[in-house]
Write a protein that binds this ligand. Structure first.
Ligand code: MRU
Length: 351
């Protein structure tokens, strides 16, 4: 996607260096972070300099390749096995993380040229992510009518992948095909990925949108302002239950109550066919500081982090919830658009 007229991928690797768009600084500053050490790349995932299912997967694949590059000659197998565990501990809900570490590790561990094999496998994950997201856009566009009002939650745009995005990809394709669309953007507390990232992306693409408070979505649904909802996914279980950013569940329940189609958009790399139901998806809990403090800029452009909650109170901060399959109209993948109950059959051979 374009940023100020220049094409960027969200994450990329050159030689031993991983480069990524520093998402904690957006939308106020556009900066590129780089790392030539897999530990540092792990920290970037953990601290959410890079976030979103596909972007986490691509970065994890590159971190794995860095581990192969950094491994000492005599103990390299042990080194990369430990690195794999370290990378996988960064964001436990994101299926793409495990998809990527497994792919790179398996491609390289028995190869006569492990470093080259790891680098090629990691690059392949990144390229496949782009192709899958573009296809999701084309297929998802068929579900969007001209003049549609679309609600989305969190950020499942190109920043959450290597390019194009999942939930936002159909929106970009609808816009490019000349449809007049409008996007309601849930702010998505506590980290505000909707207000900060999705709104910024849509702004860059000149797509009409407004940010709404998280708790306003039901109001807009009840008042017939929303025609369809598209969100991303962090992990999809075999039965179609889907983990996504906290707050997705209540949007899906409201959508069903008001007869509004609720779509999940995700590449097949987000489907965890070994996970039979959403009950088995691990949910990441993050520091309550994300809830108790907010960071923004003042009118002079100076950044401040301020406490926005009662000084003596603590918080609880689950990062994801699971939407049961019964609330999901369909899942848009690069292989087609499927009912949640079709997922297991369609994808069981793939993993
Ligand atoms: O915690 P994050 O920002 O990494 O959360 C992931 C997400 O951005 C959302 O849950 C998104 O809708 C799915 S990832 C494309």
């Amino acid at each position: 996607m374009q940023v100020m007229g220049k094409h960027y991928r969200t994450v990329w690797m050159e030689d031993d260096k991983v480069f990524l768009i520093e998402q904690n600084k957006l939308p106020f500053k556009f900066e590129i972070f780089s790392s030539n050490d897999y530990h540092k790349t792990c920290d970037a995932i953990k601290n959410m300099l890079v976030r979103g299912a596909g972007a986490i997967g691509t970065t994890a694949g590159f971190a794995m390749a860095q581990a192969f590059l950094q491994a000492p000659k005599n103990t390299w197998k042990n080194f990369v096995q430990n690195a794999k565990k370290e990378i996988e501990s960064t964001r436990p809900t994101a299926q793409n993380l495990f998809y990527a570490t497994d792919k790179v590790y398996n491609a390289a561990i028995n190869s006569p040229t492990p470093i080259q094999a790891a680098q090629a496998a990691a690059q392949n994950i990144s390229d496949e992510d782009i192709a899958a997201c573009e296809k999701i856009g084309e297929l998802g566009n068929t579900l969007i009518n001209n003049s549609a009002n679309i609600l989305t939650h969190c950020n499942a745009g190109w920043l959450a992948f290597t390019d194009f995005g999942s939930a936002l990809s159909p929106i970009y394709k609808a816009d490019a095909s000349g449809k007049d669309i409008f996007v309601y953007v849930d702010e998505t507390r506590p980290r505000s990925q909707g207000a900060r990232l999705t709104a910024w992306e849509l702004q860059q693409q000149n797509i009409a949108h407004k940010i709404i408070p998280d708790n306003a979505a039901a109001y807009f649904m009840q008042n017939k302002k929303i025609d369809l909802i598209i969100t991303g996914a962090d992990r999809i279980a075999a039965n179609g239950d889907t983990a996504n950013k906290i707050g997705t569940l209540e949007k899906a329940i409201c959508a069903k109550a008001f007869g509004i189609p609720f779509y999940i958009a995700a590449p097949s790399s987000t489907i965890d066919i070994k996970c039979s139901s959403g009950k088995n998806i691990p949910i990441e809990f993050r520091s309550d500081e994300e809830l108790l403090y907010q960071t923004g800029i003042d009118k002079f452009g100076k950044s401040h982090t301020i406490r926005v909650c009662s000084p003596e109170s603590e918080g609880i901060n689950p990062a994801f919830d699971v939407t049961p399959a019964e609330y999901i109209t369909a899942i848009i993948t690069e292989k087609g658009i499927f009912k949640p109950e079709e997922i297991e059959n369609v994808f069981k051979q793939e993993n």
